[in-house]
Ligand binder design. Structure first.
Ligand SMILES: Cc1cc2nc3c(=O)[nH]c(=O)nc-3n(C[C@H](O)[C@H](O)[C@H](O)COP(=O)(O)OP(=O)(O)OC[C@H]3O[C@@H](n4cnc5c(N)ncnc54)[C@H](O)[C@@H]3O)c2cc1C
Length: 457
């Protein structure tokens, strides 16, 4: 298929896109522009949504029946100021590419999600977080400014001082406010090219919040791992991982800032299930957790890893996601208010016992922030749970929605491809505010995705 009167100028392809968790698939009409006049698609072409690298667990970049605008060719670095650390790039630039540029120059982005193939546009639109949210906040806090295109408004420069309301709506706005063309970011000095990782055992889930709160002030990065397939007092047994820069111990200029990054053709959203049968399922989840826990316990308690491997630990472990096979997995991610953590610990153990589906991964971080609009931001314990898709996994998730509502959690819309509109409305205090403001900015609601339709945005 090629461009015609009612098609965008660059060639259009029908492409099957699957959300990263395997839960939502769509034959999308994809356009992949590489010129600014092409990416500025007129309103007459109808509904569209931008696709970054497709690494959102939820279908945020496709699925409404309109155009999917693949931004991957907009991946140029536009400028860097070595005095201030300000770096400007096109929105399709990946975190890995930016890191490879910045690290040898002694800089890095302080806030990054865990995979190098993710794009800057995707990071802004989902207002992502890293393993240091408690210290540095979400991705938007390092966005100096950005340029947005919307057919109704043209190109518009946004920052906290220029059109702040649209800037706020766009950071965490799930791509619904327009096409992000370029982003200027504040990179910071990289204290060292490697990080000391120290693992500290946790006897059960009960002590997690106290342990994280105590360790946080002396940590650059912090997260936990838990075995939720154990019952009784050992429920959630695991460990805390603390990361601290190995300051002053090596030459930054020699740091390549490198590591593996999947090629686009092989990226999981486009190949799920092609090579692996579903080896991770409700029968194997328990031995999988036990084996992982054992390997961690017999490994060194303290080890030094490159900053690349620490920031992007999954880059060498993408096979974990392949192990779920074509059907994929579910992820639920919540910010649980501090006061509700004891009830979480009690109720979660009870709830999980009622289902055959077992978690394959459970991990926590701590968060400090203020919730607003659709953003995954707030203060409390951030919990992520993965489950294989299976016979009773949907029922388990429905039960978790109920528990989340009772505990007053904030759900991460970008991580759950089946999150019902009611759960999003109940959990996100800024949901209605976002909807009202979005309608004010774009009364025609030109930018749409499966997620925006499902949530009634
Ligand atoms: C292995 C792995 C680890 C992860 N770790 C973390 C983590 O630690 N923390 C975290 O918060 N998230 C994490 N994520 C989730 C991921 O960071 C987000 O879902 C992110 O949005 C994905 O970006 P993407 O480039 O793949 O964009 P896509 O998934 O393609 O799109 C995401 C959103 O960005 C919008 N978008 C993309 N480009 C543009 C543009 N140019 N203009 C307007 N809108 C645009 C899309 O419309 C969509 O709404 C992880 C994901 C994976 C697969």
């Amino acid at each position: 298929m090629t461009g015609g009167k009612n098609s965008p100028t660059p060639p259009v392809a029908e492409k099957r896109i699957v959300s990263f968790d395997g839960g939502s698939a769509s034959e999308a009409r994809v356009v992949r522009p590489d010129r600014y006049r092409e990416i500025r698609m007129p309103a007459s072409l109808g509904p569209r949504i931008c696709l970054g690298a497709g690494y959102s667990y939820a279908p945020l970049g496709f699925g409404s029946g309109g155009w999917t605008v693949d931004t991957s060719r907009f991946n140029r670095l536009l400028g860097f100021d070595s005095r201030t650390g300000d770096v400007e790039c096109e929105a399709g630039t990946t975190l890995g590419a930016l890191h490879r540029f910045l690290a040898p120059r002694g800089f890095f982005l302080a806030i990054q999600p865990g995979y190098p193939g993710i794009t800057i546009g995707g990071c802004v639109a989902a207002d992502v977080h890293g393993k240091n949210q408690f210290r540095d906040g979400n991705f938007r806090s390092q966005v100096v400014s950005l340029r947005l295109f919307h057919p109704r408004h043209g190109d518009i420069d946004l920052s906290l001082s220029r059109e702040p309301a649209v800037f706020e709506l766009t950071c965490g706005g799930l791509g619904l406010t327009g096409t992000i063309l370029t982003v200027r970011l504040k990179a910071v000095r990289l204290p060292a090219a490697s990080v000391w990782m120290v693992r500290q055992p946790l006897a059960s889930f009960d002590g997690v919040l106290d342990a994280l709160t105590e360790i946080a002030p002396a940590s650059d990065f912090l997260y936990t791992w838990h075995d939720f397939t154990r019952n009784g007092p050992a429920f959630g047994k695991g460990f805390v991982v603390r990361g601290s820069f190995a300051s002053g111990e090596e030459d930054l200029a020699s740091s390549s800032g490198g590591g593996p990054c999947e090629s686009e053709a092989m990226a999981l959203p486009f190949r799920r299930g092609r090579f692996f049968p579903p080896l991770l399922n409700r029968h194997t989840a328990k031995p999988f957790n036990s084996l992982y826990g054992l390997l961690q316990r017999i490994g060194p308690r303290r080890r030094r890893v490159s900053i690349f491997d620490f920031l992007f630990p999954v880059a060498r472990k993408m096979f974990y996601f392949d192990l779920f096979g074509e059907s994929g997995f579910h992820e639920v991610q919540w910010i649980v208010p501090r006061g509700a953590v004891p009830a979480l610990s009690r109720e979660l153990a009870r709830l999980l016992r009622r289902f055959q589906t077992r978690p394959t991964l459970a991990s926590c971080k701590i968060f400090e922030g203020t919730p607003a609009l659709l953003r995954f931001d707030g203060s409390g314990l951030c919990l992520a749970l993965d489950f294989p898709r299976g016979s009773d996994s949907e029922a388990l998730l429905a039960a978790l929605d109920g528990l989340g509502r009772d505990l007053g959690v904030i759900p991460n819309v970008a991580k759950d491809s089946r999150l019902p509109a009611a759960a999003a409305r109940a959990g996100l205090p800024g949901f209605s505010d976002f909807r009202t403001r979005l309608l004010g900015w774009d009364p025609d609601r030109l930018y749409r995705s499966e997620t925006s339709e499902r949530l009634g945005l």
